[in-house]
Design a protein around this ligand. Structure first.
Ligand code: CU
Length: 489
């Protein structure tokens, strides 16, 4: 974390210098912010849906912080249930990390809690660390701007993706897991009905060897068909249209908050540049299609042509035809409707590590020898629907241990037929190995490990504490696909 801390320090210094010449109104932004966990109503294809959400003091979803601004937030729970919010991508003191009873108890209905820590710049998000609550959209963007973002002549756009069902999360989990979910235990009477939602549930490992493996035919891509796929809470029936200037530059901050959906971000006619992943800059990677797994973020820079026009930025559900998205439009441009289905299934992003292997950190971790190189075997199956780390589920897990300050290289070895987006709390790690290849890959906090794939990440152990390390596929997490990174003194 040395490089990150130094960068954070430099950013803070620049902001402090800037604050000396800012008007009082701007300086007042360092005041505490309020955030409320509450219910809200969405219109999903003409049907009202009551979901949960995290609203700021002005009723907007999520938070945007200025450079150097502290994460000084008062979180109020106005829901009828106890919950707790995790600041995904932030590196707060462990006590503020937001995992139930790890170490803080959930917030009871009506309870408020104060948070205060140095914010880590970049595109991040926040969500309940209870799968059923996350699936109810108790999640929102958390964008911390860098001094460069403020200086850049560039418009900031956020694209927050989610998958949505009119059914309750408990019902959805019960259908997916056949009752194996800890949350779905009370709904185990769903039994075999749960199999209806599975696309290719019963395929075994033998099929993998017989298939080409690139089109997701051997692996299990989507184990549930949601009712809608949302970008900024909307479908393509009525997408968000953002006005942009002709010839301008736009930064699209994509956040995949979906419970169980991997997307391709398609910039259509325009070529984009991937400039950051999980809030950390990478060497710019040009392209018009970038994959994003659950929990991950992509910052994509797009040049709007001088002649203007309307430019959809779409999120394509992998291995299926559904899509969602938003539209960038210059003044006066005609915005035509985009169908919410493509003509054919989108390919699998989860099939391989092509994109991950192409990413290079803008600021790599310093070269160091690792004190230990633990391997984590990712396993599990559709029948029964249980997903494991080293054959174990949460509560029966063996922690990954390190001393604070030590460099550890964790190798994720996926021996299952589904991909797993693996997220570590309280740290940013660097991808240093894909398959057998050593790379100076992206610095990030969530890495997608394809079926039968291997990814190695390097991390410098941070605060002495128990930090969660888990799969960000909510149904997988709900069956216990979590362990801990136990950092000792
Ligand atoms: Cu998983």
């Amino acid at each position: 974390m040395i490089a990150l801390s130094r960068r954070g320090f430099l950013a803070a210094s620049a902001a402090t210098a800037a604050s000396l010449i800012l008007p009082a109104r701007a300086r007042a932004q360092s005041a505490r912010m309020s955030l409320t966990a509450t219910t809200r109503t969405l219109d999903v294809r003409g049907k009202a849906a009551t979901v949960w959400g995290l609203l700021d003091g002005n009723g907007r979803s999520g938070l945007v912080l200025d450079p150097g601004q502290a994460f000084a937030v008062d979180l109020a729970n106005t829901l009828a249930e106890a919950t707790i919010i995790h600041w995904h991508g932030q590196i707060p003191p462990n006590v503020q990390d937001g995992v139930p009873d790890m170490p803080m108890a959930t917030l009871q209905p009506g309870e408020s809690r104060a948070y205060d820590f140095a914010a880590r710049p970049g595109t991040h998000w926040m969500h309940a660390h209870i799968p059923e609550h996350e699936m109810l959209l108790l999640a929102a963007p958390l964008v911390v701007r860098r001094p460069e973002d403020v200086a850049a002549d560039r418009q900031d756009v956020t694209m927050f993706l989610h998958d949505f069902s009119f059914k309750s999360p408990a019902e959805v989990l019960a259908e997916i897991t056949g009752g194996a979910s800890m949350a779905g235990m009370d709904h185990s009477q769903m039994g075999q009905d749960g199999m209806a939602g599975m696309d290719m549930g019963a395929m075994g490992q033998g099929d993998m060897m017989a298939m080409p493996g690139m089109d997701g035919m051997a692996m299990d891509l989507n184990d549930y068909n949601f009712d809608a796929y949302l970008a900024n809470d909307r479908t393509l029936d009525d997408p968000e249209v953002l006005q942009v200037d002709k010839g301008s530059k736009v930064l699209v901050r994509v956040i995949n908050a979906a419970a169980a959906t991997v997307f391709w971000i398609d910039t259509g006619a325009l070529t984009g540049r991937l400039v950051a992943v999980d809030g950390e800059p990478v060497q710019p990677l040009p392209g018009s299609r970038f994959g994003i797994a659950m929990g991950q973020r992509l910052d994509i820079e797009i040049d709007v042509p001088a002649e203007g026009g309307a430019f959809p930025v779409l999120a394509l559900r992998e291995g299926a035809r559904e899509r969602t998205g938003l539209v960038l439009a210059t003044p006066g441009a005609t915005v035509t409707k985009v169908a919410d289905m493509s003509d054919a299934d989108h390919p699998a992003f989860s099939a391989d590590l092509t994109q991950e292997a192409a990413l290079r950190a803008f600021t790599p971790l310093p070269e160091r020898a690792a004190s230990s190189q633990p391997m984590l075997m990712l396993g599990g199956s559709m029948m029964p629907y249980v997903w494991t780390i080293n054959g174990q589920t949460w509560g029966k897990h063996s922690p990954v241990s390190a001393k604070t300050g030590e460099r550890v290289e964790i190798m994720f070895h996926n021996m299952s037929m589904m991909a797993h987006p693996m997220h570590l709390h309280g740290h940013a790690f660097q991808v240093v190995g894909v398959g057998q290849d050593r790379i100076a890959g992206a610095v990030r906090d969530t890495v997608h490990v394809p079926p039968m794939g291997m990814v190695t990440v390097a991390v410098d152990a941070g605060e002495v504490a128990r930090w969660m390390l888990h799969c960000h596929h909510m149904p997988h997490l709900s069956t216990g696909m979590m362990t801990e990174f136990a950092v000792s003194a």
